[in-house]
Design a protein around this ligand. Structure first.
Ligand code: ADP
Ligand code: ZN
Length: 488
């Protein structure tokens, strides 16, 4: 194994987990490998065929990943080829049958020729025809549900499960907030132009094609050489853009999440999410596209509160209530990440079930900035007491409007104008109160619940404890950092 690693890949040591995984595959065991992007999953399936002198079939939906890997493997003298649905190649079939490949890549469609609509679930059929071939599932998505789904749908027999750490210590995580103004885009463009001086690559992920086109345009206008990549471009245009980026013909790629699955470019130093993404998985999976070589790299996210209003839009894609719930949960988790005032690394890792013990990671904005903490006890008291008095089954808008003294029909009908809190918070803008609510949510004083696509906010047990220790004239101290929304 070590000599194969050295001879073909030029590496002298296996990374954590790789050796055990390869050994298990060579022993004929099924394996499930859950490891972060960039941790070295590819070697786990590339080494076994070279040691065992048998063909490995790799099934991936990502044509660009297959092309990249086949190209790289061939350069190393490994006999690799790929079959995609876009290509019919009789000679590849013939060569494969006579065992002339070490590694043969194909799309799920090619592997399940019998079916028209292909899903990974149907790959389980392969198990019926190949009962004695070890199956290996590799993913960077670490939720329990995904793990169980893979094991079940590939009909794995007591698989050897490896769950690596998702902590990439060389990555810095940070978030910037603004409204969607031209000043916001200017700041982004300025930030990116700083990066291009150092000849390191940046990917800017946008949530819509429209945003991508806009940012792309602004960058060009600012004289920054950039490329663009999204799902509405032709295959050919996308391929060209991808290639040019890999070859450093430009240093900034503006893209939607259609770009970059399996991209292995060592000098990507920055990944920027422009807009709160649809799912926390985007933050988790796309951010580590940078810093694959272990050199410090940054993962920034720029968001505006208006991004949070897209829940309805995202949910409209759902066909069942269950799907809608899943979409909502992922979107919520992404929103929480945006609003977090505690360690971002800890949040991401713990979301995927990894315990992160350190109090201060030292490489996220919340751990490194010395934010001024202010005593917000009076404001927190007003907001929480008002939410409670309104019944705790509304979104944030209504209680905030009550605090700000609104006399809307809804408020008058419910007689909330008679509450003692009505109008007590009018000197602060609505967004200020919402930002305070975010802080209280991220510290578990307030609790968000979903009813269909609507969020309701109520006072959680910790908030109730706080309220119980308050009187209208006196509240115990409650220190919170002010976010940029609260500073203005
Ligand atoms: P993943 O598929 O998990 O996202 P890759 O397989 O693309 O990650 O590996 C990421 C990078 O790490 C690649 O550049 C690869 O060459 C490198 N790498 C993998 N294994 C080793 C190793 N044992 N020693 C040194 N570098 C390695
Ligand atoms: Zn941190």
């Amino acid at each position: 194994m070590e000599s194969v690693l050295k001879k073909y890949f030029g590496f002298s040591k296996f990374r954590p987990y790789q050796k055990e995984i390869v050994e298990n595959i060579l022993d004929g065991k099924d394996s499930l490998v859950v490891m972060a992007t960039g941790s070295g999953k590819s070697l786990c399936y590339q080494v076994p065929p070279l040691v065992a002198k048998k063909t490995t079939v790799v099934i991936s939906p990502l044509i660009s990943l297959m092309q990249d890997q086949v190209m790289a493997l061939k350069q190393r003298g490994i006999r690799a080829e790929y079959l995609s649905s876009a290509q019919t190649n009789r000679s590849v079939h013939g060569n494969a049958e006579s065992g002339q490949y070490d590694i043969l890549y194909m799309t799920p469609e090619k592997a399940c020729v019998l079916t028209t609509r292909v899903e990974y679930k149907q790959l389980g059929r392969l198990r019926d025809v190949l009962p004695n071939v070890p199956f290996v599932g590799l993913t960077a998505t670490a939720t329990e549900k995904v793990r169980v789904d893979i094991i079940n749908s590939l009909k794995m027999k007591t698989p050897y499960v490896t769950i690596g750490s998702f902590d990439r210590q060389n990555l810095f995580y940070g978030v910037k907030y603004s409204d969607r103004s031209s000043a916001f885009v200017d700041e982004l463009v300025k930030e990116i132009s700083k990066y291009t001086n150092s000849r390191s690559s940046t990917i800017v992920y946008c949530t819509t094609v429209k945003d991508a086109e806009q940012i792309f345009k602004f960058l060009l206008e600012d004289g920054i050489e950039a490329g663009i990549y999204h799902g509405q471009m032709s295959n050919k245009a996308r391929e060209e853009s991808h290639r040019a980026f890999i070859r450093d013909e430009f240093y900034v790629m503006v893209a939607t999440i259609a770009f970059g699955m399996g991209i292995d470019k060592p000098n990507i130093r920055h990944v920027i999410h422009y807009g709160c993404p649809k799912s926390h998985l985007s933050i988790m999976v796309l951010s580590p596209r940078c810093g694959r070589d272990g050199i410090p790299s940054t993962c920034w996210l720029y968001y505006a509160r208006s991004d949070f209003g897209k829940a309805d839009f995202y949910c409209s894609e759902a066909r069942t209530a269950e799907q809608r719930k899943a979409i909502m949960e992922s979107f919520m988790a992404a929103q929480r990440y945006c609003m977090l005032t505690t360690c971002r690394r800890k949040y991401l890792l713990e979301y995927f079930g990894e315990k992160y013990c350190s109090v201060n990671c030292g490489t996220c904005d919340n751990c490194t900035s010395s934010k001024n903490e202010n005593d917000m006890s009076r404001e927190a008291f007003l907001l929480m007491a008002c939410i409670k008095a309104c019944g705790g089954h509304w979104g944030l808008n209504l209680p905030v409007d009550v605090l700000r003294g609104s006399r809307s029909k809804k408020i008058l009908d419910a007689q909330f104008d008679k509450l003692p809190f009505h109008g007590l918070g009018k000197e602060m803008p609505a967004n200020w109160w919402k930002a305070l609510a975010d802080q209280l949510i991220s510290r578990d004083y307030l609790v968000e619940t979903f009813k269909d696509v609507y969020k309701t906010v109520s006072v959680g047990p910790k908030g109730v404890d706080f309220l119980n220790s308050c009187t209208p004239d006196h509240q115990p101290p409650l220190y919170l950092p002010s976010t940029s929304e609260m500073v203005g």
